[in-house]
Design a protein around this ligand. Sequence first.
Ligand SMILES: Nc1ncnc2c1ncn2[C@@H]1O[C@H](COP(=O)(O)OP(=O)(O)O)[C@@H](O)[C@H]1O
Ligand SMILES: [Mg+2]
Length: 273
Amino acid sequence: MAAYDHFLKIDSLTKRFEQKNRAEIITVIDNVSMAIDEGEFIVFLGPSGCGKTTLMRIVGGLETATSGSVVLEGDYVTGPDRKKGMVFQSYSSFPWLTVLDNIMFGLKYRSDVSEKEKDEIARHYLDLVGLKGFESFYINRISGGMQQRVAIARTFAAGPDILLMDEPFGALDAQNREFLQVQLLDIRRAERKTVIFVTHDVEEAVFLADRIFVFSARPATILEEVTVGDYLPGERSLATKENDEFFRLRNRIMALTREQARRTEEMMVAGKT
Ligand SMILES: Nc1ncnc2c1ncn2[C@@H]1O[C@H](COP(=O)(O)OP(=O)(O)O)[C@@H](O)[C@H]1O
Ligand SMILES: [Mg+2]
């Protein structure tokens, strides 16, 4: 039995930023609280500019909160460490390394496994993301979708307790994005890792999530929490997207987010962003 109530706990989190060359201080996250259990696939859904990346950076320890706290496995998050693995929208791989060496890089600082095991782990994830045969390709010779699969494999290989994925498929075209969604679900099925996945795409959120936190326009507050598992089976496939329940849920959440996107536009027009 673990010595904590929840795997991840965000408590009354608020973040304010001072603006460069302006007296104004903007509130980006306003009193957000939530509890996440081990093995859950959580999606943060919200309009562009609402504060999703800021929240993820605070959970990842890359940014500090103005007030409130984040507690992971019983410990306050005070900085980045190996427990938290991050995948960003931009392809953050090393162009001068091969696909396999990029994945190996994620294992560089692991002292709990031997060199031989590192090689096995790297090849295991290479296989899971469907890149077998591309081991010795250099990063700049493969497609954007493949580069993102390398980044995902590298992050999994590093053995984090939680994966923080910030719009990882945002730069991909629709086909590639769908392909990677399915692949991510496959990896999840194999590994049961706790994931927080950020997106502004409602369909992506409904397809992937066990639970969605729908955020308001800035400052981000939780508008609604949707337990997708109450509507859709835990095991998903592309056929899930044809399901009536999928459409109903997607449409309901879209109606919710449309209003927030409109508010974001108004803020932009008013020059408040
Ligand atoms: N370091 C910073 N300094 C000042 N303002 C920031 C900083 N980082 C983010 N912001 C502001 O916080 C708001 C939310 O940004 P962000 O978290 O990136 O939103 P999202 O990821 O939902 O698009 C934006 O208005 C952005 O300009
Ligand atoms: Mg963002």
